[in-house]
Every structure is written in structure tokens, then in C-alpha cells.
Design a protein around this ligand. Structure first.
Ligand SMILES: NC(=O)c1ccc[n+]([C@@H]2O[C@H](COP(=O)([O-])OP(=O)(O)OC[C@H]3O[C@@H](n4cnc5c(N)ncnc54)[C@H](O)[C@@H]3O)[C@@H](O)[C@H]2O)c1
Length: 287
């Protein structure tokens, strides 16, 4: 099974990035959005990213034009007909995704593979919303999609092997490296990342070391590109709290329980870079 036409649902941060990845690999893409203003915003996002690539010498002006020409957009589900791969990247709300997927499945037909880019919802639950759940899986890109090499292929309980194989091959074709990941909270990468970040917050709260030294130790001692507290500031403390609380709620595994200091910082509005205050942002060491 080799895909020849891709439909992307949502032209937001991830949808625009995923559309770019597919178009850069030579595949025609149609993006579904709710209205013309959202389409214009998505196109601007795509153009800005491509312009950055041209400025850095990563692609030529001709490549930029070719990529833009391969990306069409529509507000009508019927406009997705002919796609053999659908990648869903609409807002992270179960009911919105569940309402949209059956009509998209009907528009593209029974042979298409449907994939979701969800970060936190159960892929199995979304698969249950379509008529052929065996042809449904997670295809989890990381942000920014055109830059980040990894894609997780998430097997729902219902997903068949042919679908997993087709998505692994697709990831390779669009220049990504894929790993198979289980359908559990955080899939593989975030499943391992969440307890690590929680441990680090607790260690900081226990005065094991200053925030700066914790980050320095893990950067220089383990060769990590960014220290965990700086990473939390970048991700957003609220985003991490939400994800890890969700994982805790589902598993009751204490390693996912949000540490008390994280909860309090979020309650205080200290969300990291976006609020100007976090573990490594806008704080004096030792406060
Ligand atoms: N942002 C990230 O870092 C990241 C990383 C990996 C995965 N994800 C996942 O990707 C998905 C999208 O996230 P995002 O950050 O791009 O969100 P976003 O808010 O930037 O974009 C979502 C887009 O979906 C559109 N949309 C909403 N309902 C729609 C509908 N019925 N039909 C068509 N379009 C619709 C919205 O208009 C919006 O433009 C989520 O499931 C999220 O969990 C996000």
C-alpha cells in the first residue's frame, strides 16, 4: 500500500507542518479547515516556514513555489475525495475529532487509511468512531513537524498490520524516522518523558540543587541538548501538568502524579516562557 494523495484535517500548527512535510516529499495534499480565515492563517504559517527555509538555504525559491502549489485547501469534507491517507490534526478535543472522522471516512472511501496526530487522546477510542477501525492508527509528529525527525506510529487495539506497515513506509518516504509506539498515555516518547520531568521538579523542590545546576548537570553530564527545567519552561508548565495529570488519571501510576510544586506554579500563573515566569524564566536563583 503506497499513498498517492494526502488529506490533512486542520491547518493549525501541526496541520501546516504535516502538509509541508508531505508536499515537500512530492505528494499532493488537501487540507480541511473550518473557514476561509483559518485557511488563510494556515497558508501564512506554511509560507512563513518555507520562507525561513529559503533564507537559511535549506530550499530554493522554486522548491517553495512547488510545495505551495501542491497544497490545496477546502472547507468541505467532500473536497477530500480521492485521498488515500488522511492525517487528522484538528484541535485536541475528543468530541470534535469523533464528530468529524465518520464524515471524512465516508468522503475518502473504505480503502483509505485514517491516522490521528493526537498527543493525549486514546487512538483506540478514535478508531472506534470510524467504519473500518482496522485501517486507523496514530501518526504522531513532533513540533515543528518539518524539523523534527521522529514520528510515532501508534497501533490502536483495532489496527491491522497492513496499516502499521503502510504508515511506517510512508514515514520513511516523507523523510522521517518512525518508531512503533503503544497506545498508552504519552505513547513512547512522552510516556518516558513525563516521569523524568516530574522527578526533576520534585528534586528541585527538595533542594537537591539549584534549577541552573540541575539543568547544567543533565546537559553536560548526559549530553542532553536542553536541561529539563528549561524544557519545561518551553513546553509550558500547564501543558505538562495537563498531560501528566491525564496519564495519572488513566493509569494511577504514581510516576505520573503531578508534583505539588508544579501544581502550585501553574496555579500562580507561572507557566514558563509564555508567561514570562517559570523554573528558568524570570526567577532569581534560589527563589
Ligand atoms: N502543538 C504541538 O506541539 C503538537 C504536537 C504533536 C501533536 N499535536 C496534536 O496535533 C493536533 C493539532 O494540534 P495543533 O497544535 O496543531 O492545534 P491548533 O489549534 O494549532 O490547530 C488546530 C486546527 O484545527 C482546526 N479545526 C478545528 N475543528 C476543525 C474541524 N472540524 N475541521 C477542520 N479543522 C478544524 C482549527 O481551526 C485549528 O486551525 C492535536 O491533536 C494535538 O494534540 C500537537
Amino acid at each position: 500500500m503506497r499513498f498517492t494523495k494526502v488529506a490533512v484535517l486542520g491547518f493549525g500548527t501541526m496541520g501546516a507542518g504535516i502538509a509541508q512535510v508531505c508536499a515537500q516529499a512530492g505528494l499532493p495534499v488537501t487540507v480541511l479547515e473550518t473557514d476561509a480565515a483559518r485557511i488563510a492563517a494556515g497558508r501564512e504559517r506554511l509560507e512563513a516556514f518555507l520562507d525561513g527555509g529559503v533564507a537559511r538555504g535549506k530550499l530554493t525559491r522554486d522548491d517553495r513555489t512547488a510545495v505551495l502549489d501542491r497544497v490545496a485547501a477546502t472547507t468541505e469534507v467532500a473536497g477530500l475525495a480521492g485521498a488515500d491517507l488522511v492525517i487528522e490534526a484538528v484541535v485536541e478535543e475528543l468530541e470534535i475529532k469523533r464528530a468529524l472522522l465518520p464524515s471524512v471516512a465516508a468522503a475518502v472511501g473504505p480503502d483509505a487509511v485514517l491516522a490521528t496526530n493526537t498527543s493525549a487522546l486514546a487512538v483506540t477510542q478514535l478508531a472506534a468512531a470510524v467504519p473500518r477501525p482496522e485501517r486507523f492508527a496514530g501518526l504522531h509528529f513532533f513540533n515543528p513537524a518539518p524539523v523534527m525527525k521522529l514520528v510515532e506510529v501508534v497501533r490502536a487495539l483495532q489496527t491491522d498490520q497492513a496499516t502499521v506497515d503502510a504508515l511506517l513506509a510512508f514515514a520513511d518516504e516523507v523523510g522521517k524516522v518512525a518508531v512503533e509506539a503503544p497506545d498508552r498515555p504519552g505513547f513512547l516518547v512522552n510516556h518516558l518523558l513525563m516521569p523524568y520531568l516530574n522527578d526533576v521538579v520534585q528534586a528541585y523542590d527538595d533542594h537537591l540543587a539549584t534549577a541552573e545546576d540541575i539543568d547544567l548537570a543533565l546537559e553536560l553530564g548526559l549530553g542532553y541538548p536542553k536541561g529539563p527545567l528549561a524544557l519545561l519552561d518551553l513546553i509550558g508548565l500547564d501543558v505538562h501538568e495537563h498531560a501528566t495529570a491525564n496519564a495519572y488519571g488513566e493509569t494511577l501510576d504514581p510516576q505520573f502524579a503531578p508534583p505539588p510544586l508544579l501544581r502550585r506554579m501553574v496555579a500562580a500563573g507561572y507557566l514558563g516562557a509564555k508567561s514570562g515566569r517559570g523554573f528558568r524564566t524570570g526567577l532569581q536563583e534560589g527563589t
